[in-house]
Ligand binder design. Structure first.
Ligand code: HEC
Ligand code: HEC
Length: 489
């Protein structure tokens, strides 16, 4: 009997250690040699000396980072592109800016828009490759309102309205709804010697063309994020992201980042990196999803030539599509790949004032307040990245690409006001200081509720509660320094 137990214990030990080895292996990079691994580990250790800037700290996007300011700060490619790559960038840029039209038209290569749509060009939402904004008196153009029912993290599209509300439609069809927003204060914080009232966008839908929404339907308002540096985010090794995942908060720091698992175009499981809730794994799927749902243009990712129209929206199907005998979809893979290349080569701008005394103090506050628990400062990208200019670069995006519970106030709610999803992906912070230069109406957080970067910080709650508490308990009168640091990014 004793003998059997011993064998049993041995087998158990073997299985457990195999499992342990396997799970450890999952977090080890296989693109680097032992020596490179040691070097990378050293470079990536968190700063402890705040008396001066770190080496290469200003080069947010690695060696090819552009040094341009002003309105076009987000619209430049990396400096180290080859001649051919520069040509591809220009072609991709043309497609990103291209204004699509309804079918039928004489220019068949540009038609197929809608029937329902949110915008006619990628650039209309990602304004000058930067973020969008909430509407004031106009129809929402660079903000999107998703609709449906949550099944865990996934938003199941609404049976009639589809994945999101389209506020535009081609001639002859009316849009799904109209949206109006008024700002309401529901959070007050004493900081910087005054009482700040934080306001959130309270929105109402009117003229709902296909009937009212059920009480358990959820809505999720999002402004378009910036698209700089996305090629580098795609080039981060999966193991580097998984290494920070901590679903059950085993290290007990109150923070439990989750890597969202989604599917790529070939049905393979990948980590979600793009979208405000990390719903897409790569730039190809993200681009296809955008064509399909934002613009109503079919492609190899989303193949309905009627876009986000559902079977409960009969009228949609009376309109001609942009599919013809020469094309399977309204947008072919060649165009998609050109856009993906364009996105991949957009450089984050070089940082400003990295050695400024106040900026360094702000950086210290950022680190001490453990903002770095989610806003991971730096990575070294994969040696297997798709393009030379993305390979083995030291980059500074300030994100872990994981989902975090950010508290009740930022959460999505259903029509009854019940909270239905609190998780958001940590957004990259690079380019933060340029946001308003690129789009004067730019604001912050997923739904654009924060007018300043500081307001964005003060809305943090949930898993970021203790980080914010530390900040307010210890640095209440130095928030301007933190702001200077954030704006130097
Ligand atoms: C109607 C506005 C709109 C249009 C048009 C639009 N987007 Fe977006 N885009 C968004 C929003 C909103 C998100 C966030 C989506 C989410 O949370 O799922 C987004 C996300 C993205 C992202 C991910 C950024 C990140 O870091 O997470 C990329 C890349 C992108 N869009 C590219 C494109 C491309 C390419 C096109 C044109 C084919 C396009 N978009 C058209 C609104 C738009
Ligand atoms: C628990 C993880 C976590 C911690 C800790 C955290 N953040 Fe964030 N941060 C996020 C997430 C997630 C968002 C997006 C929330 C949203 O859009 O509703 C965000 C958004 C932001 C934004 C707005 C970015 C934009 O593009 O709109 C800023 C600025 C920011 N954080 C700064 C900070 C600072 C400063 C600290 C430390 C005091 C901090 N964060 C701590 C997860 C975190």
């Amino acid at each position: 009997m004793q003998y059997l137990i011993n064998i049993y214990m041995l087998i158990r030990l073997f299985v457990v250690s195999l499992f342990f080895l396997f799970s450890l292996n999952a977090y080890l990079r296989d693109d680097l040699s032992e020596l490179e691994k040691q070097k990378v580990d050293k470079v990536l250790s968190l700063a402890a000396d705040f008396s001066r800037a770190e080496r290469s700290e200003a080069l947010s996007g690695g060696a090819g980072t552009v040094d341009k300011i002003g309105k076009n700060a987000f619209s430049h490619h990396f400096k180290n592109l080859s001649f051919e790559e520069r040509q591809d960038f220009l072609i991709g840029n043309a497609f990103f800016r291209k204004v699509w039209i309804a079918s039928p038209s004489s220019t068949t290569s540009s038609d197929g828009l809608g029937p329902l749509y949110n915008a006619r060009a990628c650039q209309s939402c990602h304004i000058k490759d930067g973020r969008g904004h909430l509407p004031k008196d106009e129809k929402p153009l660079s903000a999107v309102l998703k609709v449906g029912n949550y099944k865990n993290i996934n938003l199941i599209p609404h049976k009639t309205y589809g994945k999101q509300f389209q506020f535009f439609a081609i001639p002859g069809l009316s849009s799904e709804s109209a949206l109006s927003i008024n700002f309401m204060a529901n959070k007050y914080i004493n900081a910087m010697g005054s009482r700040l009232a934080l306001k959130y966008p309270n929105y109402q839908l009117s003229s709902l063309k296909y009937g009212n929404l059920d009480n358990d339907t959820s809505l999720s308002l999002r402004i378009s994020p910036q698209v700089i540096g996305v090629g580098l985010l795609e080039a981060i090794e999966e193991s580097d992201i998984l290494a920070k995942q901590d679903i059950y908060d085993k290290d007990n720091d109150g923070i439990s980042g989750i890597a969202r698992i989604v599917y790529d175009n070939k049905g393979i499981e990948k980590i979600g990196r793009f979208g405000i809730r990390a719903s897409t794994p790569d730039l190809f799927v993200q681009t296809g999803t955008a064509f399909m749902h934002d613009m109503g243009l079919s492609n190899s990712v989303g193949s309905n030539a009627f876009g986000d129209c559902t079977k409960n929206q009969d009228e949609c199907y009376k309109f001609p599509t942009g599919v013809n005998e020469k094309s399977l979809h309204e947008v072919d893979d060649e165009v998609m790949n050109k856009i993906v290349f364009y996105l991949s080569s957009l450089s984050p701008p070089k940082r400003r004032n990295v050695s400024d005394k106040d900026v360094l103090l702000g950086k210290k506050i950022f680190y001490e307040s453990k903002c770095t628990s989610c806003h991971t400062p730096k990575y070294v990208t994969s040696k297997n990245a798709k393009h030379n200019f993305l390979k083995y670069q030291l980059i500074w995006p300030y994100t872990d690409l994981l989902l975090h519970d950010m508290g009740d106030e930022l959460a999505d709610k259903d029509m009854n006001g019940n909270i239905t999803n609190k998780e958001w992906k940590t957004p990259p912070l690079w380019g933060l200081g340029y946001a308003k230069e690129v789009n004067a109406r730019a604001t912050y957080l997923h739904d654009g509720r924060a007018k300043t970067v500081l307001e964005a910080v003060l809305w943090h709650s949930g898993e970021a509660k203790s980080s914010l508490k530390y900040l307010l308990d210890n640095h209440k009168n130095n928030l301007d320094k933190l702001e200077k640091f954030l704006k130097s990014l």
